[in-house]
Design a protein around this ligand. Structure first.
Ligand code: PA5
Length: 465
């Protein structure tokens, strides 16, 4: 009746299928020759990316990260994850944006739903709670209550070390640790992931003697899930970070050519760009599994922060199906025709369930007896795709063979390569985020941060008008 697997064996890895990308459902919208016409732009983008001649090249070390990462630090991450699991029931992971979304995506995707609610013996690693990703006082208070008297550790993640949201949350949980374990023992439960040389967090970690992990200089926040930023929380959750890196390494090998007939990451970049040029300026990333909701959140940052510059770029949005068919479905089917969808569909669910048998047909479900609930999910996704195509929504598809670390590593690299190339096709720097600073300036000004006096005058005057 019920089957479930979150385990990945060596053998399974060796025979693991890679992800595939499918454009058959844009045939009504895009002709074959449009792909070949896009090739020169993609070739140019590929050269800028790989030869490091494009804007922001100093932040493109993620291209070779799956083969060229710090193996010693990787072992230290695995050791730290074990220590956290031995000493604590909970790891509070503090960070925002690129210092949060990748870990959240992977922890959700690679563990059972409701993992934090499972009994200890049913969970592989510690419970993971995220903090420092909002300015909500209620959220922090509620998390402090959830921790209660349970043993916990903290992983503070910030490249700059000065981001307001995580800095505030860190103070709260650091003081909670100190109250519970005393100042010296609290320090042994704090893991800092930050810049190797600079920043407030780096300096504090050095003074206090926290165990530290490095965010490499050449890897920006939204590309950092395969560094300690993502790897420590993912490993602490009990997921297999070696498989994650192997998947990314195999993807690095597969997506090494500029030819879009051989490189599906670039084919995806080309398809998006062709659709954009035809007026499809919003992309919805679609999933059919609640555990993939944060895949979309991670992807939205990756795409939006990389491409959204100089009044250009595809607006990245998302929908969780079938849930959102009952809210956004009407708009997608019949609203403004500037949307296209990219469906990330699992070929095999991590677990399946037969529809329970019931005598009679009071609920009208007798026609479904004998098929599994995942078959319903698959038929629903096929039907929705057909309806949306008929409604004028081009539909791209990424097939994910399994809900495991190997496939996730593969997928991460697929999207990263696609956006790296895509950014260069737009003629922008895909690796900076100047727009993120605008809100920080206004917020610091209103909070009266030293150094922002001029802005304080300007913004305060606007508030009182
Ligand atoms: O992608 C980015 O660079 C941002 O989203 C950052 O990750 C985010 O602002 C957090 O910054 P930091 O890690 O410096 O605290």
């Amino acid at each position: 009746m019920f089957s479930c697997s979150f385990e990945t064996s060596e053998h399974a890895i060796n025979t693991m299928a890679h992800i595939t990308f499918d454009t058959k459902n844009i045939e009504n919208f895009v002709a074959d020759h449009e792909f070949s016409e896009m090739q020169p732009l993609i070739t140019m983008a590929d050269q800028q990316l790989r030869n490091r001649t494009g804007a922001g090249a100093e932040y493109s070390d993620w291209v070779t990260l799956p083969t060229d990462y710090d193996k010693k630090e990787f072992s230290r991450i695995q050791e730290a994850a074990k220590k956290i699991q031995q000493e604590s029931k909970i790891l509070v992971v503090i960070g925002i944006g690129g210092s949060y979304l990748g870990a959240k995506m992977a922890v959700d995707f690679l563990n059972p739903m409701f993992n934090n609610e499972l009994a200890d013996e049913q969970r592989q690693g510690v419970k993971i709670y995220f903090a420092g990703n909002s300015t909500s006082a209620s959220y922090l208070n509620d998390l402090v209550r959830v921790i209660g008297d349970q043993d916990f550790s903290v992983n503070i993640i910030s490249k700059s070390g000065t981001t307001t949201e995580p800095s505030i949350a860190f103070r709260v949980f650091k003081q909670l640790l100190e109250k519970k374990y005393g100042a010296d023992n609290a320090k042994k439960r704090i893991y800092a992931t930050t810049d190797a040389k600079h920043g407030a967090l780096h300096d504090e970690a050095e003074i206090e003697g926290y165990e530290t992990f490095t965010i490499p200089d050449g890897v920006g926040g939204r590309f950092s899930v395969l560094t300690a930023v993502g790897l420590l929380p993912i490993a602490a959750s009990g997921a297999n970070i070696q498989d994650l890196m192997t998947g990314a390494k195999d993807a690095q090998e597969e997506y090494s050519e500029s030819d879009i007939t051989k490189n599906e990451a670039y084919k995806y970049a080309a398809a998006r760009r062709i659709l954009y040029d035809k007026g499809y300026t919003t992309e919805l990333l679609i999933n059919w599994e609640p555990s993939m909701q944060y895949l979309s959140e991670w992807w939205k940052q990756l795409m939006g922060e990389s491409e959204g510059k100089n009044q250009k770029g595809i607006y990245p949005s998302s929908a969780n199906f079938s849930t959102d068919l009952h809210s956004l479905g009407q708009y997608i089917q019949e609203g403004r025709r500037d949307l296209f969808e990219t469906v990330v569909k699992l070929d095999e669910p991590v677990s399946n369930l037969d529809l329970p048998h019931e005598a009679g047909n009071n609920d009208g479900l007798q026609y479904l007896e004998g098929i599994t609930i995942d078959e319903v999910n698959t038929k629903a996704s096929q039907g929705v795709t057909l309806a949306h195509i008929d409604g004028g929504v081009p539909n791209l598809a990424v097939h994910l063979p399994a809900q495991d670390a190997y496939s996730l590593g593969y997928l991460v690299y697929f999207f990263e390569m696609a956006v790296g190339a895509s950014g260069y096709t737009f003629g922008i720097n895909p690796f900076n985020q100047p727009g993120v600073e605008a809100y920080k300036t206004a917020m610091f000004a209103l909070l009266g941060k030293p150094g922002y006096e001029e802005a304080t005058k300007k913004f305060s005057a606007r508030l009182t008008k």
